[in-house]
Design a binder for this molecule. Structure first.
Ligand code: IMP
Ligand code: MG
Length: 181
């Protein structure tokens, strides 16, 4: 990886770690005594998901969904498609969707609508990052790590064209990287 492709580090490993610990504590308190299923949205949420589940102080079940959103472009198509569905049933259980970023909000609208049909007791969302400037629909995560400006970010699971996911921090990608494609 060429480090010149990174414009700046937005969130350090320590900032993320502290925030994820806080979220784990708060969510554990709210779901005490409840049958909770953490639904991670692949692949962007992998780091956030695996850190958050280890900060949970109550028993949880985990499962994953994969949906298409960006492909290889930095703009959303608006079309959402399920690439991998849940393995377990969420009927009568409490679902917490674990997302990397809420951007336009279209993915969340689709996911909530889709999961609601499976009759869970509740559906809420925890997102690591929120870019409210780009919202097209009225969606808001119930639990949030950080609000960030309208810039394209990578790292901590989040990619550009399947690259940069393994960076341990969240960084702003230099615009030249995607403008010359
Ligand atoms: P939405 O449907 O526009 O809210 O898109 C949300 C999804 O788009 C996120 O889960 C990410 O996978 C992707 N996304 C949004 N912003 C960024 C970004 O800055 N970098 C990488 N992926 C992003
Ligand atoms: Mg995603």
């Amino acid at each position: 990886m060429n480090s010149n492709n990174i414009k700046e580090i937005l969130l350090t490993e320590l900032q993320i770690k502290n925030k994820v610990r806080e979220l784990g504590k708060e969510i554990s308190q709210d779901y005490q005594g409840k049958d909770l299923v953490l639904v991670g949205i692949l692949k962007g949420a992998i780091c956030f998901f695996s850190d958050l589940m280890r900060e949970m102080q109550i028993p949880v079940n985990v499962d994953f969904m994969a949906v298409s959103s960006y492909g290889n472009a930095s703009q959303t198509s608006g079309a959402v498609r399920i690439l991998k569905d849940l393995d377990i049933s969420v009927e009568g259980r409490h679902v917490l969707i674990v997302e990397d970023i809420v951007d336009t909000g279209l993915t969340l609208t689709y996911l909530k609508h889709n999961l609601r049909a499976r009759k869970p007791s509740s559906i809420k969302v925890v997102a690591l990052l929120d870019k409210p400037d780009r919202r097209l629909v009225d969606e808001k995560p119930d639990y949030l790590g950080f609000t960030i400006p309208d810039e394209f970010v990578v790292g901590y699971g989040i990619d550009y064209a399947e690259q940069y996911r393994s960076l341990p921090y969240v960084a702003v990608l230099a615009p030249a990287v995607y403008q010359h494609k």
